[in-house]
Design a protein around this ligand. Structure first.
Ligand SMILES: [Zn+2]
Length: 392
């Protein structure tokens, strides 16, 4: 099913633009009309991270006339392995501004609009309304559902992508003509079940593989060419080097785009997606210490047993002195519980405090009532106690 072009053509291309886009102009399916449509297009990229980096760079190079960037984060050294729109000298700068400068360097004819703020219920509709098409490069479920619902309410198409380790997925969601994200994934995964890229890692180049699919689909929708990736999920396996296309259908019972929608306005997405499970949340009540408090406990010689519940690869990067490594899985399946000492207070930590909260629930349920976990995990330790250690 091909769709009509999303955008009307601009009045004309300048001589400089004709020279710049000549390799597009001589493709019959694009041609002068297609390039003028790209010039007239307004595309918003949500996030200037792993997916947003290649997406913004190719959208800019392709001649999309107006590019919006919504991103609140700053550039960190650990971003540079995959977020190629940023460079060494950008570390510490707002990503939105760093991305804007790169876009201008690639193509000065692009009008860049920077939204240096976190996308939220307060601004998502107003920001989305200014654009023809959205490219979603977010990395968390709460924002993903918010992007979807806002796009459905505004009747706008968006190109979605997701990445994890060696696996990527991409699709076009547009409730006016096909399924939305909730038709495919009605519910977010249970808290703690799906690790983020920050916890599980991602092959840097995977971002380009999926980000380029997103740009490819954006160009097709804007110019009205080809078969859009609408109603299809592209599943990419970089280790096997396979692309599979899976058909997805509009769900008549979809909560937001179905026949009797139950979600008719923006909801509390953090609550909908949950940070940690109810059990973990209950376990941490009154059983949470900060990294500086842990430092005091260690310095005072308190009898504690410090357990790092992350994975061995993370342990290799950085650890808190005196800790032992017991990956979360061995605690949750019970195999490591017998080895925990009865005569010392158990202190658990992970990278950011989510996995240790899940482990804490299991440890307390096993009878270690005075066990605690460290809020913010080793990341907080590096930030507040020992900045000489590496963060990741
Ligand atoms: Zn739907």
């Amino acid at each position: 099913m091909s769709l009509p072009p999303l955008v009307e053509p601009a009045a004309e291309l300048t001589i400089d633009e004709v020279r710049r886009y000549s390799r597009h102009l001589i493709i019959p399916d694009v041609g002068m009309a297609g390039q003028k449509r790209l010039k007239n297009a307004k595309v918003l990229c949500v996030g200037a991270g792993g997916l947003g980096s290649p997406a913004l760079m190719y959208l800019a190079a392709a001649g999309v006339g107006t590019l919006g960037i919504v991103e609140f984060d700053t550039v960190d050294e650990s971003n540079l392995q995959r977020q190629i729109i940023h460079g060494q000298s950008d570390i510490g700068r707002p990503k939105a501004e760093s991305a804007r400068d790169s876009v201008r360097e690639i193509n000065p004819y692009v009008n860049v609009i920077v939204h240096n703020e976190a996308l939220s219920n307060d601004n998502v509709l107003e920001i989305f309304a200014q654009y023809d098409l959205i490219v979603d490069g977010t990395d968390n479920f709460a924002t993903r559902y918010m992007v979807n619902d806002a796009a459905v309410f505004l009747k706008k198409p968006y190109v979605w992508g997701s990445i994890y380790r060696f696996d990527g997925q991409a699709s076009v969601f547009w409730a006016e003509h096909g399924p939305c994200y909730r038709c495919l994934y009605p519910e977010p995964p249970p808290p703690g079940m799906v690790p983020s890229c920050a916890e599980g890692g991602v092959l840097g180049v995977l971002c380009a593989s999926i980000g380029s699919i997103q740009v490819n689909e954006a160009i097709k929708l804007l110019a009205g060419i080809g078969e859009p990736l609408l109603g299809r999920l592209m599943v990419y396996d970089a280790l096997e080097m396979t692309y599979r296309s899976v058909r997805i259908r509009k769900d008549p019972n979809c909560a937001v785009c179905g026949e009797n929608p139950t979600v008719t306005e923006l909801i509390d997405y953090e609550d909908f997606c949950g940070g940690i499970s109810d059990e973990a949340s209950a376990a941490t009540l009154g059983s949470t210490i900060t990294a500086p408090e842990l430092k005091e406990w260690i310095d005072s010689g308190k009898a504690i047993h410090l357990v790092d519940v992350r994975e061995p690869a993370e342990w290799e990067i950085v650890r808190i002195p005196g800790a032992v490594l017991v990956p979360k899985g061995e605690i949750l399946n019970g195999s490591a519980l017998a080895d925990l000492p009865q005569d010392k207070q158990i202190v658990l930590y992970c990278k950011a405090g989510t996995r240790s909260a899940e482990a804490l629930a299991a440890v307390k349920a096993a009878g270690f009532k005075d066990a605690v976990h460290v809020q913010g995990g080793v990341s907080s330790w590096v930030k507040t106690v020992d900045p000489s250690l590496p963060s990741y």
